[in-house]
Design a protein around this ligand. Structure first.
Ligand SMILES: [Cu+2]
Length: 121
């Protein structure tokens, strides 16, 4: 004895790609900004950013660890994975106007100097 059930489940996945960036308002530039971030150079507990002030909007951080030990990079609640020497990671964040502190979250690293401020206008 067997039961035959015919349940057809149609699963439709709708992927919506928002390619168009809507107007942010105001007159300032809202284009995508890329900031190069270097960890561990010139000193092991240094973070160097290519730009200290940027326009608001979508920002891509290209993070490279040039130090001798592992580091990471955190800004605006977002964080890269732990990066070993020579490794690179990309972090994307949509930033509003304001000042953002960035840092390395390894214990003692920020206290040792791995921190700084990025200004978003
Ligand atoms: Cu670090």
């Amino acid at each position: 004895m067997f039961r035959k059930g015919s349940a057809v489940v149609a699963s439709i996945a709708i992927v919506s790609l928002a390619a168009a960036v809507s107007a942010f308002g105001g007159n300032s530039s809202t284009g995508a900004t890329t900031v190069a971030v270097t960890l561990g150079k010139p000193g092991e507990f240094n973070i160097t950013v290519s730009k200290k002030a940027i326009a608001k909007g979508v920002t891509t951080f290209k993070v490279t660890n040039k130090g001798g030990i592992s580091h990471d990079f955190k800004i605006a609640g977002k964080k890269t994975p732990s990066l070993k020497t020579g490794k690179t990671a990309t972090l994307k964040a949509t930033l509003k106007k304001g000042k953002y502190q960035f840092l390395c979250t390894f214990p003692g690293h920020a206290a040792g100097g791995m921190k700084g401020t990025l200004t978003v206008k």
